[in-house]
Write a protein that binds this ligand. Structure first.
Ligand code: MG
Length: 239
């Protein structure tokens, strides 16, 4: 099994800085395990940028060593953000999402996440969101108190209920079997607040490569308004 990935990030058309982080930096391809991650930072001044970078760097430590589970990587990201705040009080209150996938060539994708950066799988032309947003509106939808349509315009739709940078975190862990032909997407909410899932699916289906997919998604988010930073990672699974 081979993994071919591409990542893309853009500040968008409204924000002055890019608080998202993504790894790997460079596009590539391997028959070995690979870790791919997206983080969306928040906090005053440059703190959001610091939070996403510190968390993702800690989570990526030790490369793709499969002995370190994705959940442990996310917890390492949380510890690193808390340490950074401990060393510099001007960073207090900073936080970040973190969604991380460990692609295992034996045919599994191990996922851990905190926050509303999503992971989707496109398989047989069908797009499925694998992660559950840790947001107020996602919780209200799950409880049946509002509809998905109401969630899209809810005044507090950006409120994230779990975030890296807090004393105790509960990490969601998932494992899915992957197959040749799968195209996996990790993204910050800059993509999913600008584009609906059917449009994301169309772009993923139409793209001729992971790189083409990544950049066409970013361009589409900007064409739709680009109100937030947009970051995507696309991983193609081949035999
Ligand atoms: Mg965002």
């Amino acid at each position: 099994m081979r993994f071919t990935w591409a990542t893309a990030t853009h500040v968008g058309l409204v924000r002055s800085g890019n608080e998202d982080s993504v790894r790997p930096f460079d596009d590539g391809s391997t028959e070995e395990a690979v870790v791919v991650a997206v983080a969306d930072g928040m906090g005053g001044a440059v703190a959001g940028e610091v939070a996403s970078r510190v968390a993702i760097e800690a989570a990526m430590a030790e490369g793709a060593d499969a002995e370190i589970s994705p959940a442990d990587r996310v917890r390492a990201g949380n510890d690193a953000v808390l340490s950074a705040i401990g060393e510099d009080y001007t960073l207090s209150g900073m936080g970040t999402t973190l969604t991380l996938g460990l692609f295992d060539p034996s045919g599994f994708l191990h996922v851990a996440h905190i926050g509303d950066s999503r992971l989707y799988v496109l398989r047989n032309e069908e797009l499925q969101q694998v992660t559950t947003d840790h947001t107020l509106v996602a919780e209200l939808v799950a409880l049946g108190q509002i509809t998905e349509e109401q969630a899209e315009t809810h005044p507090r739709r950006h409120l994230v209920t779990r975030v890296i940078g807090t004393d105790t975190i509960t990490v969601d862990e998932l494992e899915i079997a992957i197959e040749p032909g799968d195209r996996i997407l990790l993204c910050s909410d800059g993509l999913t607040t600008m584009l609906r899932d059917p449009d994301v699916a169309d772009l993923l289906r139409a793209a001729t490569s992971a790189s083409d997919a990544a950049w066409s998604l970013v361009e589409a988010a900007n064409a739709a308004g680009g109100t937030d930073n947009t970051t995507v990672a696309v991983v193609d699974v081949s035999p």
